[in-house]
Structure formats: C-alpha cells, structure tokens
Write a protein that binds this ligand. Structure first.
Ligand code: P6P
Length: 334
C-alpha cells in the first residue's frame, strides 16, 4: 500500500473513470475536505477554545443543541456556499433548505449533512463525526427546493463520513468501493491508509442501545435474545456487544472488523419511525456499507430504495455484515 497518495490525487484519478466529469465534483469535494479539517481542529481543541457544552436552543428534532452542533454547521455552510458547485444545502441542524446566497453562483450538486453526529459525546471526549451525502440537483444552476433533495439513496453521487477519533479519518465512496484516508496534521492532507475497505460477511458483534429493549418489535427482540443465548442457544456461537452512541464510530468499527448496528423502530414514541434520519445518516451510511459488501435495511426494505418523504424523516436502521443483516431481515419476514 502506497501511503503517500493524497485524497486530492485519489479523487482526480477516480474522476477519470467518470464519463463527462468536469472536475467540478473534485473541486466540491476539496471544499468539503477543507470544512472537515476545520471541524477536526475545533473538535480537537474542545474545551481549550470554549466550544463544549449545550445551548438553550433545540434543533428540528427537538434535541438540545451543543455549541459544536451550531459551530460545525456554520463551518460546513461557509466552506461550501461560495464556490458555485451547489444548488442548495440541508442539515440536521437547519429546519429548512439553506439557499445559496445571491452573491454566489449556483451549481449542479446538492449537499446534505449531519455536521456533528454523536455530539452528545463531545463533552465526554468520545469519538464524533460528520456525515455527508452528495446528490445531483434535478435542475442545475437553479436554487434547490426541499423536494429536490427527496431522492432515493441509490441516487447519491458520493457519501462519506469524517471520524474525529484518536486520529481524524475520512471514509468515502463514489460508487466504486470504499476508501479510507487519515489526516496527517503536519502535512495538512488526508492520506490513503485504508484502500478498498470490505465488511466481513459474518460477525459475532452486535450494536444496539439495549436500554430500549422493552420497546423493540418482536423480530429484534428475538434476534438479540438469540445473540445473548450464545453457543448454548439457536445461533450456536457467543456474541459480543458494543454501543458507542455515535453512529460514525459504530459504522467505522463495522467497516474495519465487521458487525451489525441496529437502531430499530421502537414503541417508545410510536409517532417516530425510528431515531436516525434517512437523508443525512441512514442513506449515506447505507451507500458506504453496501459499497463495502455489507447490507442495510429497515428490517422490511432496503434503505437505499426508499423514496424520502421529508428532509428530516426518520427510519429504522439495521446495517452491517451482510449475512447477519439477512438473519434479522428474515425474522421480520417470518
Ligand atoms: P441513543 C447520535 O445522537 C445518534 O444520532 C447516532 O449517532 C447514535 O447511533 C444514536 O443517535 C445514539 O442514540 O438513543 O443511544 O443516545
């Protein structure tokens, strides 16, 4: 593995596979990477620059906003609004579509993101991340409406996440596999360190917030009980459990060593189809997981096939090692 390959070089070489590529996508990705480096710096400094703690405000989900939720959202907006690659942006932290200011040109892509996923972990110094998804605007160079974003996950041009952990990593796909890059702070570049990431088809590790057990639907109850029964039970093997409460960290672990992550529909709030959001959590992570040989389902349908009904729509998420997801999906069909 040649560790010297920069993300910029990699993307330009990737671009050569894309018919009609104009270099605009590469330029968009470079702006996105600059935003991610800036966020990494803010997260890494943490309490030293007074960005910890919560605000009085709530986001559209009714969740208390952390200072860094707002700061990172602002960073994503400022670095991506000016270059003329986007027709609009949408974010977990903004109720409505962000229109590109009139002083800037419009472009042919849409950017939707969760600027700081798992932000409840910031104050306790556990890994958090940025999740992003890039779609084509239905009409280029025209201000995007909310409806323009409501495209099934299979339409994504690119999906990725940044993980602000012991090292800052960027993992992305443009539909030709999944590749991981690690930020070399001295050089200021992301370098290719995890080429062609693949999720093992089998696993003995599941991730779920077990405190919600009494609210789960029967198929999920059955699956988890069987994992807990171990080798004496119907699965005939022991399982391990993890829960980080940071989807980016969970997905990265699964990409690295396999596993299954579940945030299923539960009856805690019957009005909600799940906790995670389709447009900027489930869809980008599902694109990445499938491109790495995994699977991603609501339990009843492939997440990437879903027709979104709203920018902040929630969905149940069961993703990871293909054969394990198939077991859970099978229980939903039983
Ligand atoms: P809970 C973070 O808030 C998040 O959206 C995901 O990153 C994470 O997997 C999940 O919610 C954690 O939810 O209910 O365990 O706090």
């Amino acid at each position: 593995m040649h560790i010297g390959t920069t993300l910029t070089q990699f993307i330009i070489e990737e671009q050569r596979h894309i018919a009609g590529a104009t270099g605009e996508f590469t330029a968009l990705l470079n702006d996105l990477v600059t935003a991610i480096k800036t966020i990494s710096n803010a997260v890494n400094k943490g309490a030293l620059i007074g960005v910890m703690g919560a605000l009085e405000s709530q986001n559209v989900q009714g969740e208390t906003q952390k200072k860094l939720d707002v700061i990172t959202n602002e960073i994503m907006i400022r670095h991506n609004e000016w270059a003329g690659h986007l027709a609009g942006m949408a974010s977990e932290e903004m109720d409505e579509v962000y229109p590109i200011p009139n002083k800037y040109p419009l472009g042919k892509y849409l950017l939707v993101f969760d600027p700081l996923d798992g932000s409840s972990n910031v104050d306790i110094n556990i890994s958090v991340g940025t999740i992003f998804s890039i779609l084509r605007a239905p009409v280029a160079n025209r201000a995007a409406s909310a409806e323009d974003f409501l495209q099934p996950g299979v339409k994504q041009v690119c999906a990725g996440y940044a993980l602000y952990g012991s090292s800052t990593m960027l993992v992305l796909t443009t539909g030709h596999g999944v590749n991981g890059f690690t930020l070399d702070r001295e050089v200021g570049e992301f370098l290719l360190t995890h080429p062609a990431m693949k999720i093992p088809e089998e696993t003995r590790e599941f991730a779920i917030n077990a405190s919600n057990r009494r609210f789960w639907e029967p198929p999920v109850q059955r699956y988890v009980e069987e994992c807990l029964a171990g080798k004496e039970g119907p699965r005939g093997k022991d399982f391990n459990m993890r829960w980080v409460a940071s989807m980016v960290a969970e997905v990265h672990r699964i990409l690295t060593r396999g596993g299954i992550f579940m945030y299923p529909r539960d009856t805690k709030d019957p009005a909600k189809a799940g906790k995670l959001r389709l447009m900027y959590e489930a869809n980008p992570m599902s694109f990445i997981v499938e491109q790495a040989g995994g699977a991603s389902s609501t339990g009843y349908e492939r997440i990437l096939d879903m027709q979104p009904e709203g920018l902040h729509q929630r969905v149940p998420v069961i993703l990871g090692s293909k054969k394990e997801v198939e077991v859970v999906v099978g229980y939903h069909a039983a």
